[in-house]
Design a protein around this ligand. Structure first.
Ligand code: SIN
Ligand code: MN
Length: 266
């Protein structure tokens, strides 16, 4: 999948692109089913809320076939190669649950702020690209972004080890207010299969999910291969150390699983 000149210009201006229904309902359902299988596992890569509900499954592309295929999907790899101007490796892969009633907050942050401080990634030549596995609505804890905030560089941040189970470099209220007064706040919403990509310096957060509807989103953080991390202090399944360039799979790689699951159900 190649981005048009208009999309490239839009990304440069706002720091994000939203493509509703980029994946079919069936492809999204295969991945949603895979997320349930992954959350049922007892593995150290799967982090939970204090209630025990799943929060994040790290590196699921290394132990689940559907996510392995998504991690090399051409609808994700090709546009990010185009935007970053080089080949890519997977810096981080997470399936974020934001469970019904129990999904907790993600405080305001920039992802590259964490990758720079914790992993010594040299430049912001990395990108988040995500696929909604449930419908994301105004009510179930959507991702909130501040358009244009990718232009401000890496902001001062504090290391939040308290408010959630996952340590994060988070921004103070005055900074968020200033940026929001300039750029506003948006929360892209849409059906399962929708795709959101955003610059690694874009300021974002998400509120708790007190609705009865889950909000599963899978995030790939893809980094240009020469920009690989230099510091190896976090777990290897949080900040990966395999810098091999990803070869994109055929476009029907998930559709094959749809067909296989339909056959198995007969
Ligand atoms: C993130 O910022 O990395 C995840 C936020 C979310 O899933 O809501
Ligand atoms: Mn983030």
């Amino acid at each position: 999948m190649k981005l048009t000149d208009a999309q490239l210009a839009e990304f440069d201006r706002t720091g994000y692109l939203f493509i509703p229904e980029c994946f079919s309902r069936e492809e999204a359902a295969v991945l949603r089913h895979a997320a349930d299988e992954v959350y049922a596992l007892d593995r150290e890569e799967i982090w939970r809320e204090t209630t025990g509900a799943p929060r994040t499954a790290f590196a699921a592309h290394t132990y689940n076939e559907a996510f392995r295929r998504l991690g090399a999907h051409p609808r994700l790899i090709e546009p990010v190669e185009q935007l970053l101007g080089g080949r890519l490796y997977m810096h981080q892969f997470k399936v974020n649950a934001k469970a019904a009633f129990e999904g907790e907050v993600w405080q305001w942050h920039q992802d590259y702020g964490t990758w720079k401080r914790d992993d010594d990634m040299p430049e912001p030549k990395a990108m988040n690209i995500s696929v909604f596995l449930d419908e994301v609505t105004a009510c179930n804890g959507p991702l909130m972004i501040i358009p244009g905030s990718h232009k401000v560089g890496v902001l001062e941040a504090g290391h939040d080890l308290e408010t959630t189970s996952y340590p994060l470099w988070t921004l103070d209220k005055a900074t968020v207010r200033r940026l929001a007064d300039e750029g506003g706040i948006l929360a892209p919403t849409g059906p399962a299969g929708s795709l959101l990509m955003f610059h690694c310096n874009l300021v974002h957060a998400s509120p708790p999910n007190i609705s009865p509807y889950g909000r599963t989103i899978v995030y790939l953080s893809l980094c240009e291969v020469n920009n690989h991390i230099r510091k190896f202090e976090r777990k290897e399944w949080i900040a990966h150390r395999d810098f091999t360039p990803i070869d994109a799979l055929p476009d029907d790689c998930l559709q094959e699983l749809v067909a296989a699951q339909a056959q198995a159900a007969e």
